[in-house]
Design a protein around this ligand. Structure first.
Ligand code: UDX
Length: 448
């Protein structure tokens, strides 16, 4: 099939590359010349495992091209994906400027090119309920009909770091439209993914749009819930790892997304929870659960500060090392990363911060002279009073703990991701905090 993908950000590029990998002819459109330059050299402008080799393969085979021209791209395409960004505005709502600009550009091009075949306009960006109907209105204003350009919503559920895997192994593919022809054309595109049992759900435009927000809000709820249980474990002397295991063995609860940590971050959960709250507020409905989920998440990002200040009566002049800056492993993304909030709090308390992340060389959000960026984990902890394991990169799972301790001024290890068993840290000579499992006895804490 010939398809166009407009927007080569995270979602657009992963989708475009993977569709071309399945044998389709894909044209990716972007209006950013710098990004296009990189893509035309067959490079991926961000870190995502498995993406670049597929990009190269399809581009070399002639199935994947990059352009800045919507007109040239849509002429022969049967399906046009819009995957442009929907950044958050000050009031928490999604900024739809690019979404509507693309809708106008595609309708205009369809008309001016004199296209006469049926095309499907697929919105893949995360947009508030009702956006698809507004796009249908834009199409009508151009004098085009559903038989010429039908509108369909196909939200993405790709996780950063495993996006290529997720593309090929989706739990479900959601297609929302009132046009049967559009629904069957898009099903056909996704068919090769699951030959025997394609998990495609066909529904209305509005339900498809809401499904993305509802899913992300629910996942965020699971995280905030287990974070609260973890805090309760700390207060009661229970073990959150066992607790999550026991809860997860109940099929109705499920074992995923029950890992406590320093709060969720990234480009989706913080933005999507805000956006769904905003949608509900606009309709006069108080979305209480999701509001609480957000509040718990904000509190959780600073939870570690309570423990640090219990151990060190003052952080003034202390050196704190962070292992991990990205909001999760296998990505260089630091959007809404908990590390940013923790670093701000440490700096405000007078601490010196050293940090290492295998894919984040530095944080543009924080003044360059305020954090010392190390070359590896051992360099990061040199002279440190405490080390915080913030992101659970695989390389932090197999640290040489004895060597790590020997580089430090004081042996305080704070595991914010439940990577290490408390006994293992203690055997290496650390005084250890492990989230939801083990606290540091403040009575034995040194404050040298
Ligand atoms: C998420 C959704 O999973 C995906 O379906 C959606 O399309 C985009 O948003 P992503 O943001 O890439 O994907 O990452 P995810 O793996 O879901 O993690 C999000 C955040 O939650 C991370 O900060 C992670 O550390 C945190 N998290 C996740 C936890 O703290 N505990 C968990 O159990 C799971």
């Amino acid at each position: 099939m010939k398809i166009t993908v407009i927007g080569t950000g995270y979602v657009g590029l992963v989708s475009g590359v993977c569709f071309s990998d399945l044998g389709n002819h894909v044209t990716c459109v972007d209006n950013n010349p710098a990004k296009l330059d990189i893509l035309k050299q067959h490079k991926v402008p961000f870190y995502e495992p498995g993406l670049e080799e597929r990009l190269v393969r399809s581009a070399v085979a002639g199935r994947l091209t990059f352009t800045d021209s919507i007109d040239a791209a849509i002429q022969d395409s049967e399906i046009i994906f819009s995957a442009v960004g929907t950044p958050q505005t000050a009031d928490g709502s999604a900024d739809l400027t690019a979404v509507y600009a693309v809708a106008h550009a595609v309708c205009k091009a369809y008309k001016e090119l004199g296209c006469n075949t049926h095309k499907v306009y697929v919105n893949k960006s995360t947009v508030p309920v009702g956006t698809g109907d507004i796009i249908a209105g834009i199409r009508d204003d151009y004098g085009l009909t559903q038989d010429q350009l039908s509108i369909l919503s196909n939200p993405e559920f790709l996780r950063e770091g495993t996006a290529v895997y997720d593309f090929y192994h989706p739990d479900r593919i959601v297609l929302g439209s009132s046009c049967e022809k559009a629904l069957s054309k898009c099903s056909e595109l996704y068919d090769p993914l699951y030959r025997s049992d394609t998990p495609i759900v066909k529904t209305t435009l509005k339900t498809a749009e809401l499904s993305k927000y509802a899913s992300n809000a629910f996942l965020a709820t699971k995280i905030s819930f287990i974070n609260e249980m973890s805090n309760l474990c700390e207060l009661t002397g229970s073990d959150v790892k066992d607790l999550a295991k026991i809860m997860g063995m109940d099929g109705r609860i499920g074992r995923y997304f029950l890992h406590p940590g320093p709060g969720y971050g990234g480009s989706c959960f913080p933005k999507d929870t805000q956006a769904i709250i905003h949608t509900a507020d606009q309709l006069g409905y108080d979305l209480k659960v999701v509001k609480a989920v957000e509040a718990v998440n904000e509190r959780q990002k600073l939870h570690i500060m309570t423990h640090l200040t219990a151990v060190f009566s003052s952080l003034q002049g202390k050196t704190i090392a962070l292992l991990g800056l990205a909001f999760k492993p296998n990505t260089d993304d630091t959007r809404d990363a908990s590390a940013l909030v923790i670093i701000d709090a440490l700096l405000a308390a007078g601490a010196t911060v050293r940090a290492f992340d295998p894919e984040v060389p530095y944080l543009p959000e924080i003044k360059s002279d305020q954090v010392m960026y190390a070359t590896d984990s051992y360099d990061a902890v040199t002279g440190a009073d405490a080390v915080l394991l913030v992101t659970e990169w695989n390389m932090f799972r197999e640290l040489d703990l004895t060597r790590l301790k020997s580089e430090m001024k004081q042996p305080y290890f704070f595991d914010l991701r439940n990577v290490y068993a408390p006994e293992k840290l203690e055997q290496a000579g650390f005084t250890a905090y492990v989230i939801g499992r083990q606290l540091i006895e403040t009575t034995i804490a040194a404050d040298t």
